[in-house]
Design a protein around this ligand. Structure first.
Ligand code: GDP
Ligand code: GDP
Length: 492
């Protein structure tokens, strides 16, 4: 069973503890009547860990007009990845959940964005480079009716250098007569060209089979080594002060460690000592590159941001305190929450905020971020270094919340009490009954509630709010999902 607290000796029984136990027992008593699988019941034990691995990423790469967006649409089956022709449109969504032959993966689209950009070769290479960086396997798309161009050759060189699995897609082979042109692409030296018509769907099955097969068995960065420096991403829209903060942190604190096992996996990362401990700052190369000065930067920056967040455990999201919050700021915050990473908000450029404005600024930030009351906030100045020492406790707090596990006993005692005080509203004459709950995962904390019917979203949010009040979780998103289990013997 599940209790970490030993039974109290009879003479000193703690009233609160016995109450908890009673409540938990009562909650469990009703379970017999429900159709619960072995796996459902296994979740009740405290050492249960629902391993939620990251999904593999397959990136679609190629020069403009070869049919990348068409292929993405074909694969995800919807017109989500709109073939976008409006210049200047920032597409922040670059990966789409997809599935093939029972394998779930993320499909990454680099199509469309380079139309905003003037220096064509450079931009294709930039997009390709970022995509290759992030991906576990790459589908390289070439227009078979045109053949390999110098632009294509450029990407091929990047692909070779990266040494990641590549599947060659010879697109626009709309009929058998195009197969010969496709075969000519053997010359690229990337192995078998798969003849495909993204437009009509011809050959995409074989292409996807090959791409899935090419995925490595073990995904990079999947395991977080215990004891390795924790991984921090510095993110935020261009000009909020990321490189300034990096310099401030690294300037005095940089540690030159590179080959220590389990420290850096990637030369773009840097190890920095903060508060006597080592931390891995991910993608410092991307920050130093100052991408905001190049054209097409929004999309590129967005790609980089996504990649950095994915690879980090905790994100420091910088916002510029001297100007109002922008949509781009909230989008970055949203990316962190969606990725399930711990989060610390950094309000930078505090030196530009006058004494008398500070109170109002705090208020307006709070209003702008009402949905994020749980994120610790640090006001600082990357330029002067003022308050940068406050980052350390905020990082520690956010990460400990991210790691936190609530025992099944405690969780159910808490829920029992909550349900007794505030039962779920009756819906259509019936009342959803909560059977039990378990914390299925940490990093971020994920709770699964087994119930007799679906719970109203308001009630789920209420539970989340109470979970935070009771157990903290400052600095981490938490997820609550509901699984419905029917009463035994009920007709389906
Ligand atoms: P991207 O710039 O690489 O994303 O290319 P798009 O997906 O926007 O496609 C460029 C053009 O090629 C569009 O006009 C598509 O309709 C067309 N196209 C894409 N795939 C095929 C295909 O398999 N066959 C033919 N004939 N045209 C295609
Ligand atoms: P990034 O694009 O997010 O890396 O931003 P940068 O670090 O390049 O900073 C953008 C601009 O803001 C530069 O001119 C910095 O000098 C300035 N800046 C960054 N942090 C501060 C700060 O704390 N106070 C002030 N006054 N300026 C800052």
């Amino acid at each position: 069973m599940s209790d970490e607290t030993p039974l109290p000796a009879p003479h000193e029984s703690d009233p609160e503890e016995t109450l908890e136990e009673k409540r938990e027992a009562a909650l469990r008593a009703g379970l017999e009547a429900y159709e619960l699988t072995e796996e459902d019941l296994a979740t009740l034990t405290d050492d249960y860990q629902d391993t939620q691995e990251r999904l593999p990423i397959i990136a679609i790469v190629g020069r403009p007009n070869v049919g990348k967006s068409t292929l993405v649409n074909r694969i995800i089956g919807k017109r989500l990845a709109v073939v976008e022709d409006t210049p200047g449109v920032t597409r922040d969504r670059v990966t789409y959940p997809a599935e093939w032959a029972g394998v779930d993966f993320l499909l990454m689209d680099t199509g469309g964005w380079e139309r905003n950009v003037t220096g064509l070769d450079l931009s294709v290479a930039q997009a390709a480079e970022a995509a290759i960086d992030m991906a576990d396997a790459i589908i390289f798309v070439v227009d078979a009716t045109v053949g390999a161009t110098s632009s294509d050759e450029h990407v091929v060189r990047l692909l070779r250098k990266a040494q990641k699995p590549v599947v060659l897609c010879a697109n626009k082979v709309d009929g058998p007569q195009g197969e010969l042109e496709a075969a000519a692409l053997w010359n690229l030296g990337l192995g078998e060209p798969y003849p495909v018509s993204a437009l009509h769907g011809r050959g995409t099955g074989d292409l996807l089979d090959a791409a899935i097969n090419a995925l490595p068995e073990e995904l990079e960065d999947e395991v977080i080594d215990e004891g390795a420096p924790r991984r921090v991403a510095l993110v935020g829209r261009p000009n909020v002060g990321k490189s300034s903060l990096l310099n401030q942190l690294a300037g005095s604190n940089r540690v030159v460690v590179n080959e220590v096992a389990g420290t850096t996996r990637d030369p773009v990362d840097e190890i920095v000592e903060i508060g006597g401990r080592n931390w891995t700052l991910v993608d410092t190369a991307g920050i130093r590159r100052r991408v905001h000065q190049t054209s097409g930067a929004d999309f590129y920056a967005s790609l980089r941001t996504g990649a950095a967040i994915e690879r980090a455990e905790v994100a420091l999201v910088l916002i510029d305190g001297s100007v109002p919050l922008t949509e781009q700021d909230t989008r970055v915050i949203g990316q962190v929450v969606e990725a399930g990473r711990a989060l610390v908000l950094v309000v930078n450029k505090w030196d530009l905020v006058g004494e008398d404005e500070r109170f109002l600024l705090e208020r307006s930030i709070e209003q702008d971020l009402v949905r994020l009351p749980w994120a610790p906030r640090v006001n600082l100045s990357a330029k002067t270094g003022w308050h940068t020492n406050r980052l350390l406790p905020a990082l520690d707090l956010a990460l400990s919340s991210w790691d936190q596990r609530i025992s099944t006993g405690k969780l159910n005692a808490f829920l029992g009490e909550l349900v007794a005080e505030h039962p779920h509203p009756v819906r259509g004459g019936r009342q959803p009954k909560i059977l039990f709950a378990t914390q299925a995962a940490t990093r971020p904390p994920r709770f699964v509630i087994f119930a007799s019917m679906f719970l109203d979203p308001q009630y789920r949010r209420f539970i989340e709010r109470r979970l935070r009040e009771k157990f903290g979780f400052e600095g981490t998103p938490i997820q609550v999902s509901v699984r419905v289990r029917e009463k035994r013997g009920k007709k389906r």
